[in-house]
Ligand binder design. Structure first.
Ligand code: DX5
Ligand code: ZN
Length: 232
């Protein structure tokens, strides 16, 4: 068993399980199953406009966050983040990420998220150049590299995103601030090391965690694998 403290780590591995494919009728219980091991809970907000799927929005997240044992990492796959993103920060999310493809004023959204007390993340779909976020540095706290097309859990990891993760890490380092690089989509025990060695430090895993009979143990396993692969 590996303890995080055994590996002093300038980057820091963070695991953020997505509840998308968990039993959403028992959302609070599902969060409770990963709380002991996870750094965040990843909440996928989909509006059936930006992506062809519909999940939950602000009222459910506000209710969940009134009594949530893990900091919330909200991933907004919505058409109008300028209008909605700051409200998730105001509701108490620790991190709010929106998509650059659909933002009118990404700089303004980052500013508003930060002033409401959360970390500001910007996501790029597989077909979007990561250079799109370069001009937003250092006004953001996290770059999210999607490793599937956003919209559904349970898809296969796109290994051709690895060079993009590397480039995101370069951008993060050059910002000179504490910018995280998150990967989301198809992350599991077979590919998390590849992502960590490419420069990711925040790992979203949905199906891999919640299809395991012991989701917290899977979180610990993923952390151990990623910790071992972070370049030092
Ligand atoms: C997909 C979502 C992901 C998804 C991850 O659009 O953003 O967060 O829930 O689930 P897995 O790990 O199953 O791909
Ligand atoms: Zn997500």
């Amino acid at each position: 068993m590996c303890d995080k403290a055994d590996y002093p780590d300038p980057v820091g591995v963070l695991i953020s399980p997505s509840v998308l494919n968990s039993d959403l009728s028992r959302l609070t219980d599902e969060v409770g199953r990963i709380a002991i091991a996870a750094d965040f809970v990843h909440l996928d907000v989909m509006d059936n406009h930006f992506v062809p799927n519909l999940t939950f929005g602000l009222p459910i997240i506000e209710s969940l966050l009134r009594n949530c044992p893990v900091p919330a990492d909200c991933h907004l796959m919505i058409a109008d983040p300028d209008r909605w993103a700051p409200s998730y920060a105001e509701a108490g999310a620790a991190s709010v990420t929106f998509h650059v493809e659909t933002a009118r004023s990404p700089e303004g959204i980052c500013r508003d998220i930060r002033s409401a007390g959360a970390r500001a993340g910007v996501a790029v779909k597989p077909g979007t150049d990561v250079e799109e976020v370069a001009r937003l540095m250092p006004g953001l706290d996290m770059i999210l590299i999607m490793t599937v097309e956003p919209g559904f859990g349970g898809q296969s990891f796109m290994a051709d995103m690895l060079p993009k993760i590397k480039r995101a890490r370069q951008l993060a380092e050059s910002a000179g601030t504490d910018v995280w690089v998150q990967v989301d989509g198809g992350i599991d025990a077979s590919n998390i090391e590849l992502c960590a060695s490419a420069g990711a430090n925040v790992f979203v895993a949905g199906s891999a965690v919640f299809s395991d009979p012991d989701p917290a143990a899977m979180v610990t396993r993923l952390r151990h694998l990623a910790d071992g692969a972070v370049p030092r």
